[in-house]
Structure formats: C-alpha cells, structure tokens
Design a protein around this ligand. Sequence first.
Ligand SMILES: Cc1cc2nc3c(=O)[nH]c(=O)nc-3n(C[C@H](O)[C@H](O)[C@H](O)COP(=O)(O)OP(=O)(O)OC[C@H]3O[C@@H](n4cnc5c(N)ncnc54)[C@H](O)[C@@H]3O)c2cc1C
Length: 371
Amino acid sequence: MDGLTALRREVGEFLSEARSAGAFTPRCSGWMAFDADFSRSCGERGYIGMTWPRRYGGQERSAIERYVVVEEMLAAGAPVGAHWIADRQSGPQILNNGSEELKRELLPRIARGEVFFAIGMSEPDAGSDLSNIRSRARKTEGGWRLDGRKIWMTNGHRAHYLIGLFRTGPAEAGSRHAGMTQFIVDLSAPGIERRPIEDMIGEKDFTEVVLDEVFVPDHYVLGMPGDGWRLVMAELAYERSGPERFLSVFPLLNEAVDLLRGSATEVERRGIGRIVAHLATLREMSISIAARLARGELPSTEAALVKDLGNALEREIPEVLRGFARQPPRHGGDDYSQRLGDAILAAPSFTLRGGTPEILRGIIARELGLR
Ligand SMILES: Cc1cc2nc3c(=O)[nH]c(=O)nc-3n(C[C@H](O)[C@H](O)[C@H](O)COP(=O)(O)OP(=O)(O)OC[C@H]3O[C@@H](n4cnc5c(N)ncnc54)[C@H](O)[C@@H]3O)c2cc1C
C-alpha cells in the first residue's frame, strides 16, 4: 500500500470512529458547518496546517497529502467549517506574507484547531467589484485604526479573527487596485459589532461585522501596506480551486446512490454516471491546481475555471436527484427527502460564495485575450 492510500485509510478510520461515537452526522457543505470540538480533534491528529513547517505547528506533508485529507472529510460530510478557512487560506496567507512574530503567534494555534478565521472581503456595496471597498484603515501610533462594514462573512460571529481588505490610500490614476491593505483583525477587539444573518434554510452561518475605530497593531498587517490587492488575488486562488467547490452535495449523492441501488432505472443510472464522470474530471483539474499552488505559482484563471464548472455541477446535482426522488423533497429535519429539500434551497448560494459565474468567466475571458 502506498503512502497516500495508507493516509486515506487512516482518515477514513478516524471519520468512521467519530461518526460511530456520535461526533457528527454527515451533512452537505460540511466545510461551512462549525464544530470547534471536531476541529480540535482534527488538530490533534495533525490534519490542520499539514503542509506548513514544523516550527509553526505544521507537519511538512505534501499538498497532495493535504488534498487526500480534505477530500475524505468533505466526502464524508464531516463538520470541518470551524478550521476550514484558516487551514485553506488564512494560514497560507500568514505563512507567505506575515511577520515572524505573527507566524509564531498564530500558526501553531490554528494547527491545533484552537483558533478560527473568517474572510473579510465583501461589503454591502462591494461584492463582485472588490476594488470598490469603502472600509478604511488609517495609520496611528503603533498600528492602525479600522472603520467600516464587512458582510456575508462565513462563520464571522464564531471565528476569532478575520483577514480583511481595507483601503489605506487613494486609488491611483489607471489602477483602482492600488491603496489597499490586508489586515488581521481580532474579532474580540473593542469597536467590533457582529450581527449574524439568517439564510433561506433558517441557519445563521454568515455575519455582518461593523468596525468602529478598531485598533490593529502593526504586526497584524499582511505584506506591505498598499499591496493588499495582490495578496487578495493569491488568497482567492486558494479559495476557488479546492474540492469543496464540487463536493458540497457529495454526501447527498452518496445517499441517493445507496437508496437507488438495486432499483435504479436506466435513466437514473445514466444520470448518476454522468455526474460521477464530471466529478472525476473536476477532481483531476483541482489536484493539478493544488500542485501548482504548492510550487508557489498563482493559477488564478485555472482556479476560476474549476470553481465555475464545479459550482455549475453542484447546483445541478440536487435538481437531478429531485427528478429521481421517490418522495417529494421537504425542508428541515433529518431524513433523505429533507436533506434533499435543504440542498435545493442551499444550491443558489453555491455560485455566489467565492465569486459569481459572471465574474469568474470575466477572469477566464481576460486570460484568453477575449476582453
Ligand atoms: C453562502 C455565502 C458565503 C459567503 N461567505 C463570504 C465570506 O466568508 N467572506 C466574504 O467576504 N464574502 C462572502 N460571501 C459574499 C460573496 O463573495 C458575494 O456574495 C459575491 O462575491 C457576490 O457579491 P454581491 O453579493 O455583492 O453581488 P453583486 O456583486 O452585487 O452581484 C449581483 C449580480 O450582478 C452580477 N455582476 C456583478 N458585476 C458584474 C459584472 N461586472 N459583469 C457581469 N455581471 C456582474 C453578479 O454576477 C451577480 O449575479 C458569501 C456569500 C454567500 C452566498
């Protein structure tokens, strides 16, 4: 057995033990489900910050080993949402752009599953057009003062920190992307108000954060002041290319296959086969991006492509399964038809979070020289 197969088996055993012990019930979009205890148990097993240097709490494992772990977790519908953002993008941002002091302060705590992060990009008037952000930071003695509003922050009312994009200077003629900086913000700092927002299913998984004169010390600046746009683009490449962009409803698909086994019609077999073929192709694309990110490259266009194709498929899956369902989907509760109902309600958000199809296709078209 090779190392990756052994790792896959090890993670599978961890997950089936956790499931039998009642630590979780499989669910769709497990990467948004916040469970601090589960995250701590992942930290204890070395499943967070796997590729980071040991001196910062990491395991110095390869990108493909990390891929195996996150893929198994998503496929099992495990509640990995508490540590997901820090493991996927905030930790790598700190590793690549933070001061030594910051790395030593935060990375080991992230890797232990003790400290959780949120993404502070979107604002009420700046979602797709991030360069339109209004939240500002001004220099003060020993640090910065932050003012403004961030919205739609996944688990923002539960996380300890956010990495946010703030305007620190004017846009320059010819570049709307100048004059922005990324900061780490301690969400328990004075001047912060957090308001959870309820979604269509009735869950409160995202948040509006209002910042009023919030102090952030100098060493919480990522990269150089004014270099925030470049950093945000790098962060989005991590955010857009992973297997969560096509595995959100995989646990439901698994369940549907089990339910149809032995009684599936030809149409149902073909429908499931088509979805699985698409998933296999997306997986190959996503793995190749993980390898490029690990080499320090910035495959933003390829990441946009995986997200766009992946989201289109994961939006389609609940609709296909609706057509195969023996009972009509319902909302809320804990049987298959209710989980299907919730997936149908959640599906429109798949193409919104992390960037809409129009924006992703714009990025792809620009790279192809079409605009
Ligand atoms: C479940 C969920 C979780 C999220 N989590 C986070 C998070 O953790 N952190 C965070 O910062 N944000 C988060 N978001 C916000 C998300 O990134 C934004 O919703 C998204 O970028 C779209 O921005 P918007 O909502 O302001 O829509 P808008 O930008 O107002 O867009 C509205 C519509 O106009 C279209 N459009 C806009 N500009 C163009 C254009 N130039 N050309 C063609 N069409 C265009 C869009 O495609 C869209 O259909 C989350 C959103 C969801 C749904």
